[in-house]
Ligand binder design. Structure first.
Ligand code: F3S
Length: 389
């Protein structure tokens, strides 16, 4: 891979050991994927934030790196293992909280914005069409590749962190025009709604793995796209998709000759059954990916005038930026549960306090049994809210 004189100097350690290690990783990635050069990025988004997922090893790595490295571009963070302000309300142990706050401090010293959300594009990190970026949250990167037209590969946490420190990433994969075209057509015929789009994503991800689907027959809202992207990236490894007459790079795309897969209501119902393993949730968690302003307003409207019944705990997970934009509705939701920021039902240690979780997200349903030892109730928002009112 060609390196400029400036890039060579980083590789030789002239800017310190942190940038040198970051450049070594980028060169290794570029060599593996046959990139011919590095490309400048305008932003990064990092995973590897929760103490539950990175543990002591991750914390000590970050501490080391923060001693002499700084990010060169706007860089935001994925959810942490707890609400950074309300962790006691979540039943988080003091030791876990201390370690989690240390991790956040490391990122802060690196110059990262400690936003802690998987929807950074709703919280101030919104790239522009055609920009190269290095993002690590699978749902968010698929969203910005597809809907915004920005360009990122499906980065792992270390790759995105290295790119943020150097301000560049190897030019391969989805950074190149030739790799952004559809490779399979999906003809979908189903009802709309967050749960249905989430289940559609689950079915498609399983069928196409890391292909680039081109959807026909659907007209999803922004929030339906958000959950579709998340589910496809969880059951498969879809990092980009197109929607006919909707997404920026779908216009004029030639899909002739591509394999077509038909998906209908029966496939959606089967997926819902396959993801459900419980019936009586002790936690209902919405906001995977993090709730948007529109979703919070819709939830408040659904719950208005109702009373909470039973003792099922309810979490509404969102970003702090979104929460601040709809204070009145957040106050309404607080009568029914906790509006939590910075975290989610997967990366927080819910297994310490809960056995069965109800959610409307196929991505959450995929990870709850394996990462959180949960039984799962896969239901629509209205059905879940009906269980507590
Ligand atoms: Fe976000 Fe957590 Fe779901 S990071 S996409 S809410 S698993």
């Amino acid at each position: 891979m060609f390196l400029t004189r400036d890039e060579e100097s980083i590789l030789n350690g002239e800017r310190g050991s942190g940038p040198q290690r970051a450049m070594e990783l980028l060169v290794a990635l570029g060599t593996i994927y046959d990139a011919d050069r590095l490309v400048s990025i305008t932003s990064a988004h990092l995973s590897g934030v929760s103490y539950k997922t990175i543990g002591k090893g991750g914390l000590s790595f970050l501490n080391d790196l923060a001693s002499d490295a700084r990010v060169q571009v706007k860089t935001t963070l994925n959810p942490a293992g707890m609400d950074l302000e309300r962790w006691k309300d979540m039943g988080i142990q003091e030791e876990f909280a201390d370690r989690q706050l240390e991790i956040i401090d490391c990122y802060d010293r690196l110059g990262v914005e400690t936003t802690c959300t998987c929807t950074p594009y709703l919280a101030g990190n919104l790239p522009r069409v055609g920009e190269s970026i290095a993002w690590a949250e699978s749902s968010a990167l698929s969203y910005v590749n597809s809907i915004v037209g920005a360009r990122t590969n499906r980065e792992g946490g270390p790759g995105a962190l290295a790119a943020s420190i150097v301000g560049k990433t190897p030019a391969y994969g989805l950074h190149l025009d030739s790799n952004r075209k559809a490779t399979v057509v999906i003809e979908a015929d189903m009802d709309s709604g967050i749960l249905n789009y989430s289940l559609l994503g689950h079915v498609v991800g399983k069928k196409v793995a890391n292909a680039i689907p081109y959807f026909k027959g659907i007209r999803p809202s922004q929030d339906e796209i958000k959950t579709l992207a998340a589910a496809m990236a969880a059951s498969g490894a879809v990092a980009m998709f197109h929607i006919e007459n909707m997404t920026p790079e779908a216009y004029g795309m030639d899909t002739a000759g591509l394999e077509t897969i038909d998906i209908g209501s029966r496939d959606i119902a089967t997926a819902r059954d396959s993801l459900s393993s419980g019936s009586d949730p002790d936690l209902i968690a919405l906001g995977c990916p993090h709730l948007s302003e529109v979703e919070i307003r819709e939830l408040a409207a659904v719950l208005k005038g109702k009373k909470k019944k039973g003792d099922t705990e309810v979490w509404f997970c969102t970003s702090r930026a979104v929460m601040r934009r709809c204070a009145k509705e957040v106050a309404e939701l607080e009568h029914f549960g906790k509006v939590l920021c910075d975290t989610c039902m997967i990366v927080s240690p819910i297994e310490e306090n809960h056995l069965c979780t109800g959610t409307n997200s196929a991505k959450a349903c995929t990870y709850l049994p394996t990462l959180c030892s949960q039984k799962v109730v896969c239901s629509s928002t209205v059905e879940l809210m009906g269980m507590i009112t």
